[in-house]
Design a protein around this ligand. Structure first.
Ligand SMILES: *Cc1c(COP(=O)(O)O)cnc(C)c1O
Length: 355
């Protein structure tokens, strides 16, 4: 069996999906299952579907195409505001598209008309995180104007994304801002709109019963697939974190000083390494590197392991505090941060094993 590998527990993902689906259903929220972390993995998509999540979302059209080619039924939501150069395919493969530019919306309108495709768009509003979206103060007028210009495509609603650039947390305040904009637009356009405002970090508002009435779509990936919330910095207590486990193999076992010998420049990634002198230490080298993981996001099962560093192909860990006797050829297990899991799923060098 080749290493490194990801052990993917479809059952744990299924249980997470059931739990979140139920939570959202109880509040009348449509849950979109976000697959981008998994490179559009059809087995994982199937499990989400089996748990009753009908709409899947992905940031990459290639992933959506892959799901369709593997007979995963839609509807599909395209999460990343699309490139003009991919709009033709976006209209063909997606059913719902998040949009923040008038120019993009107008081209989608033309293409959708050409293909006679019933595409819906959700207009993204930036309520402060500073990633995508029309700035909230200008959004009501801009969206009302755009509505007048669209001939074919339907505006399904408004959306926002939080916690991704600025790390801004969803609060009752910024969620209420979305509701105010929705109310203004519903009256002005004389139509009902949805509000797509959640990702994993917004689950907290739902749990605490603080989500304003009217927020009715959550696009969730991390919580389903890892059971964690990177922005909120927590393991979600009612979800499983055993969904995805990384196994890597020990290729060297050694006893070396904790501080390098010689004049220090930068490491292979251009970073300036820092060392604390702890004397001579027991260490292992694992056959996995920055190409496959983000070493700062490795969470060892053996709490006696301290991951020190990785270069492109080698990860070095201090095992002096471990009570386990490691050997060359041993397998070491880790849970992964979002960033680390993203790289592991994307790396062709990491085998994917389903259980
Ligand atoms: C990735 C993404 C999500 C899902 O976020 P998670 O934190 O993984 O739940 C939702 N919306 C957009 C626009 C995204 O890019």
């Amino acid at each position: 069996m080749p290493y490194p590998r990801l052990i993917i527990s479809l059952n744990d993902i299924y249980q997470n999906a059931l739990t979140l689906k139920k939570m959202c259903d109880e509040k009348g929220i449509e849950l979109v299952g976000v697959t981008k972390l998994t490179l559009g993995d059809p087995k994982i998509a199937t499990i989400l579907k089996e748990a009753g999540i009908s709409k899947l979302g992905d940031s990459r059209l290639k992933n959506i195409k892959k799901l369709i080619e593997n007979n995963i039924p839609g509807p599909f939501q395209l999460l990343r505001i699309p490139m003009i150069s991919e709009l033709e395919e976006a209209v063909i493969y997606a059913d719902e598209i998040l949009v923040s530019e008038e120019k993009t919306a107008l081209i989608i309108d033309e293409i959708a008309q050409k293909y006679d495709k019933n595409i819906q768009i959700i207009l993204m509003i930036d309520v402060g995180d500073l990633r995508e979206g029309i700035w909230y103060e200008e959004a009501p007028q801009k969206i009302a104007k755009l509505f007048e210009k669209l001939k074919f495509v339907d505006i399904r609603g408004i959306g926002t994304n939080l916690g991704c650039f600025g790390g801004v947390l969803p609060t009752e305040k910024n969620m209420n801002l979305m509701i105010e904009i929705k109310n203004y637009l519903e009256e002005k356009l004389n139509k009902k709109l949805i509000v797509s405002a959640g990702n994993t970090v917004a689950l907290k508002l739902l749990e605490e019963g603080k989500l304003p009435e009217g927020i009715n779509q959550y696009r969730v990936g991390e919580a389903l697939l890892l059971g964690t919330d990177a922005t909120g910095h927590r393991e979600i207590p009612y979800l499983s974190q055993d969904t995805v486990i990384l196994e890597a193999e020990v290729v060297e076992l050694d006893y070396k000083p904790s501080v390098p010998v010689g004049k220090i420049g930068r490491d292979s990634m251009g970073r300036i390494p820092k060392f604390e002198d702890k004397g001579w230490r027991n260490r292992i080298i694992l056959a996995i590197g920055e190409q496959d993981i983000d070493s700062s996001g490795l969470k060892p099962f053996d709490l006696g392991i301290n991951v020190l560093h990785a270069s492109s192909d080698h990860t070095i860990a201090d095992i002096s505090e471990s009570s386990f006797e490691y050997n060359v050829g041993d397998i070491v297990k880790f849970r992964l941060s979002y960033g680390s899991a993203l790289r592991a799923f994307t790396s062709p060098f990491v085998e994917k094993v389903y259980k």
